[in-house]
Write a protein that binds this ligand. Structure first.
Ligand SMILES: C[S@@+](CC[C@H](N)C(=O)[O-])C[C@H]1O[C@@H](n2cnc3c(N)ncnc32)[C@H](O)[C@@H]1O
Length: 405
C-alpha cells in the first residue's frame, strides 16, 4: 500500500491531440517528471498529487496507477501471473471490481475473453483463501483494473478515476452530437483563453463548450460537480487528505469580468443547455440565446469564438457547404476583433469558410480526425492592419500579412 510520502508514476490518459495541453495542466498543478506519451502523459506523484490530478485536470480522461508488468504469451501464463498478486491488499470480499482489457499484437486477440480470464484469476484467489469472492460491477466498481497487452508485454494498472473524468457531473441532458467535456475543455485551453476576454459559442448545442469555458475562467476544478472518484474506494483512501485537496482547489475559485455567451438556432438545444448550465450553477455567468449564427451580434471589444458546427454526418453535402460558407460570411462581417476557432472533420467544408487560417491543430472528436482551425478576424481593413503591424514590427511583407478579406 502507498503511504502519504511515497512517490510513484501515474499515467493520465487523454484524447489524441491534447497531450501537450494535458502536460501543461500537470505542470501547472505541480506534477514532476511530466513526459508525453501517445494519448497519455506520465508523471511522478504522491497520493496528494493523485487526488489533485483527478480533481483538477480538465483534459485527462483517466488517471492510472501502474501495479505490475509481466510477460505472457498464453492465457494460462496470464492467469498464473495475475494470481501471483496478493489481491487482498487491494480489495475485500465485500467490494466489487471490474477489468478493462485492451489487447494488441499476435498472442492475444479477444479483449473481453482476456478480461474474463483475469477476473477468474482474482476471483479464484479470493475463493481459495477466504471461501468467498468480491463481485463484478462494470458500472461503478470499488476497484477498476486496467489490463494493457501489447504482444507478450502485459501491464496491470489501477484506475484511480473509477469512471471516465469527462463525466463531470453537470451534464444531465444532451442534444445531438454533443462534444466530450474533455475535448471541449481542451479546445478552450488550446485557444489560450483563460477568462481574459469575451467568449462566444454560437452553435453551443447542449452548452458543453461555454460551461467548460466558464469553469476555466472561474477556476472551478474539473471534478467539482462529480460525486465520486475510484480512489475513494481504495483501501488506502485518506479522507482527511482528500478533503484538504478539495478545499485547497476550491479556494482558488474566482470571479471573472468578461461575457460568456452560448447560442444556437435550435430551441431544444438552448433548453438543454439551460438545464446543464443551471446544474453547473453557472446561470449567472453564462448567457444563452436562441438565435441562428447569422443573426447573432457578439459583444463589442473582441474576444474568442469557438464553434463545433455539424460535420456532415447528418446533413446533405450541399447544406453543409452552404452552412460553412455562411459561417465564413458571418465571421467576416460580424466578428471583427475576434479570434474564431472552428473544429470540424470536414476539411473541404472548412475551406469554404474562405478565410486564411492562422493555426490548424489536429485533434480527434471520438473516432473523427478533425482540425481545430483559428481565423483572426481583424478589426478594420487589411490596409489598416498592415499599417499598424508595420508600425509595431518595423517591416511587413504581403506574404506575412494574414488576409481575411
Ligand atoms: C455538433 S452540434 C454542437 C454540439 C455542442 N458542442 C454540444 O456539446 O452539445 C452543432 C450545433 O450547431 C447548431 N447549428 C447548426 N446551424 C446553425 C446556425 N446556422 N446557427 C446556429 N446554430 C446552428 C445545431 O443546432 C447544433 O446544436
Amino acid at each position: 500500500m502507498t503511504n502519504f510520502q511515497e512517490t510513484f508514476t501515474l499515467i493520465a490518459k487523454t484524447s489524441s491531440g491534447l497531450e501537450q495541453v494535458l502536460a501543461d495542466e500537470l505542470i501547472g498543478i505541480g506534477a514532476t517528471d511530466v513526459s508525453l506519451m501517445t494519448r497519455a502523459v506520465s508523471f511522478t506523484a504522491d497520493k496528494r498529487m493523485m487526488y489533485k490530478a483527478n480533481y483538477c485536470l480538465r483534459t485527462a480522461l483517466r488517471i492510472l496507477k501502474p501495479l505490475t508488468s509481466f510477460k505472457a504469451r498464453e492465457e494460462d501464463q496470464l492467469y498464473d501471473q495475475v494470481r501471483k498478486i496478493d489481491w487482498s491488499l487491494l480489495l475485500s470480499t465485500e467490494q466489487t471490481f471490474a477489468i478493462d482489457a485492451v489487447v494488441s499484437g499476435k498472442y492475444f486477440t479477444h479483449s473481453q475473453y482476456i478480461a474474463l480470464k483475469t477476473k477468474d484469476a482474482i476471483a479464484d484467489q479470493f475463493r481459495e483463501r477466504f471461501g468467498k469472492r468480491p463481485s463484478v460491477d462494470t458500472v461503478a466498481p470499488h476497484l477498476r483494473i486496467n489490463l494493457h497487452i501489447s504482444n507478450d508485454q502485459c501491464n496491470l494498472l489501477l484506475d484511480s478515476s473509477g469512471d471516465s473524468l469527462h463525466k463531470r457531473g453537470y451534464r444531465i441532458v444532451v442534444d445531438k452530437a454533443p462534444i466530450n467535456e474533455v475535448l471541449a475543455a481542451g479546445l478552450v485551453l488550446l485557444t489560450g483563453w483563460k477568462g481574459d476576454s469575451n467568449f462566444v459559442d454560437c452553435m453551443c448545442g447542449s452548452g458543453t463548450i461555454p460551461i467548460e469555458a466558464a469553469m476555466i475562467a472561474a477556476n472551478i476544478p474539473a471534478g467539482y460537480y462529480r460525486e465520486w472518484f475510484g480512489f475513494q474506494h481504495w483501501v488506502d483512501f485518506d479522507e482527511a487528505l482528500w478533503k484538504e485537496v478539495m478545499t485547497e482547489a476550491s479556494d482558488q475559485i474566482r470571479d471573472f469580468d468578461f461575457e460568456i455567451i452560448g447560442s444556437d438556432r435550435s430551441a431544444k438545444a438552448i433548453d438543454i443547455a439551460r438545464e446543464n448550465v443551471r446544474k453547473a450553477h453557472l446561470h449567472k455567468d453564462i448567457q444563452l440565446f436562441r438565435k441562428p449564427m447569422e443573426q447573432f451580434v457578439p459583444p463589442a471589444g473582441g474576444g474568442i469564438l469557438v464553434i463545433n458546427p455539424p460535420y456532415g454526418e447528418r446533413l446533405e453535402e450541399e447544406n453543409i457547404n452552404a452552412l460553412y460558407t455562411l459561417i465564413g460570411n458571418t465571421l467576416k462581417h460580424k466578428f471583427k476583433g475576434y479570434k474564431a476557432w472552428v473544429i470540424s472533420s470536414d476539411f473541404f467544408a472548412l475551406k469554404l469558410i474562405g478565410l486564411k487560417p492562422s493555426k490548424k491543430i489536429p485533434v480527434f472528436n471520438g473516432p473523427l480526425d478533425c482540425r481545430f482551425v483559428c481565423f483572426d478576424i481583424f478589426d478594420g481593413s487589411l490596409k489598416d492592419k498592415k499599417t499598424r503591424e508595420a508600425g509595431s514590427a518595423g517591416e511587413m511583407t504581403d506574404k506575412d500579412a494574414n488576409s481575411n478579406q
